[in-house]
Ligand binder design. Structure first.
Ligand code: SF4
Length: 439
């Protein structure tokens, strides 16, 4: 097929790592269907915008991006979380060609075919450039592995279950096959994601699936064990502190999976957690953390928190600060509460004034920053395994197992230029600041 006959698609991907995985799947299919993916509005026959509708500012960003694509190109198809309520989009942008919802891969690909029909393509194994792992938007050496869609919880500040529906776990055989393809294609780090990784398989009663003829239960522990066999970094995100999470900690201690847990605690006060309707809110989390550290002292714990949730009192906030001091978490993000359209928390009494929220956020950050800085200082003089992310004329930048891409810290290796992204190296840490390490 000549280049002139081929059709080109522009793609704008917004939102969280989960949305990025959706984008990757859509792009993979479009390439397989014979479309070219181009990086500019001008060269595209149509632009697909994968939107995020998690919080109001993300919705606005999505609407702005759709507007920009309409101005620059004129032909726009919208998909993703915001696509669930087509009217929210068409009210502002009546000229979009089609609106499809989250994970509606076939629908969005179908819309592309409808508005920009692809010439018939014959599969040619010698010229087909689609690598077996698909067209990835993340660097080649790490990849997100999405194990389920939707969520069975009903946290009062969140509308994801309304947007994405109840938990639907992917069969473990499919997940393992995808992981194997990624590893064969050069991926050195898998980031396991879902709305609630600890709930994997609950919806299908941990049904037994098969991978390479071997029976495996659809459950977080079995999945982690099997992924650990690839001998690469396997990082678990969005895990809740349920008792059964204890079973994956020995796998970390034995070096089978990366000693890292991303647990969005959101608060430390049981009263606020209850109002938030958080999963595992009744668990004794501090006790659990202590037990995990006994089994695997090098475990890195990352978390996120919300300050200023409706009804949060000064006393609740101080409980949260005490929790931080006790928990000694390694990496922490903190957000000031902001209402999400349609969330149950909007109806809760006890609105926290903006200046109080700002003050609490600053005190939270100061407390945690002292902890994180101290923890990084402790690494000076230690030898760490580092996965290289990028290299230029000045040196290399990578991460230790304690740091997930995009959200955690970096290791700077000044003057070391003979490395390639995806390399693992060992080096002694000589310096640290509040976020990063230096070799
Ligand atoms: S666990 Fe809570 S915050 Fe996370 S997706 Fe489910 S309802 Fe939303």
């Amino acid at each position: 097929m000549s280049t002139a006959e081929r059709k080109s698609i522009g793609f704008v991907s917004l939102g969280c790592p989960k949305a990025l995985v959706d984008s990757e799947r859509i792009l993979t299919q479009l390439k397989l269907d014979g479309y070219d993916i181009v990086p500019s509005y001008q060269d595209a026959d149509v632009v697909v915008v994968n939107t995020c509708g998690f919080i109001d500012s993300a919705k606005q960003e999505s609407l702005d991006s759709i507007g920009e694509a309409l101005r620059e190109n004129g032909k726009v198809i919208v998909t993703g979380c915001m696509g669930k309520d087509a009217e929210d989009i068409t009210r502002v942008h009546p000229d979009v060609l089609a609106v499809t919802g989250p994970q509606a891969y076939e629908e969005v690909v179908g819309a592309v075919h409808e508005f920009v029909p692809a010439p018939a393509v014959e599969h040619n194994p010698f010229t087909d450039l689609v690598p077996p792992q698909g067209v990835k938007l993340t660097p080649r050496h790490y990849a997100y592995l999405k194990i389920s869609e939707g969520c069975n919880h009903s946290c009062s500040f969140c509308i994801i279950p309304d947007m994405r529906g109840k938990l639907v776990s992917r069969p473990i055989g499919d997940v393992m096959e995808e992981a194997e393809r990624l590893v064969k294609a050069g991926v050195r780090e898998l980031l396991v994601i879902s709305q609630d990784t600890s709930a994997y398989g609950v919806d299908i009663k941990y049904r037994t699936g098969f991978w390479n003829g071997r029976p495996l239960k659809t459950r977080m522990q079995e999945l982690a064990e099997a992924l650990g066999e690839f001998g690469i970094w396997v990082r678990l995100h969005y895990v809740y502190p349920y008792p059964h999470v204890d079973h994956v900690i020995p796998l970390m201690a034995e070096g089978k999976i990366t000693p890292y847990l991303d647990i969005p605690f959101q608060h430390g006060s049981p009263r606020v957690l209850k109002a938030m309707k958080r999963p595992a809110a009744a668990e004794n989390t501090l006790e659990r953390i202590r037990a995990w550290r006994e089994i695997c002292p090098e475990i890195t714990l990352r978390s996120t928190f919300i300050v200023g949730f409706p009804g949060e009192t000064e006393e609740d906030f101080e409980v949260l600060l005490d929790f931080l001091e006790e928990a000694q978490l390694d990496r922490v993000g903190c957000f000031q509460y902001s209402p999400v359209d349609g969330a149950a928390a909007n109806e809760l009494p006890g609105h926290v004034p903006t200046e109080v929220m700002q003050d609490r956020w600053e005190r939270f950050m100061a407390t945690q920053q002292a902890i994180s800085t101290r923890k990084l200082q402790d690494k000076i003089g230690s030898t760490q395994e580092i996965l290289i992310d990028s290299v230029d004329g000045e040196g290399a930048v990578g991460r230790t197992h304690a740091d997930a891409p995009e959200i955690d810290g970096l290791v700077h290796l000044a003057g070391i230029t003979d490395l390639t992204p995806g390399d693992f190296v060992e080096a002694e840490i000589s310096g640290a600041d509040e976020y990063d390490l230096y070799v």
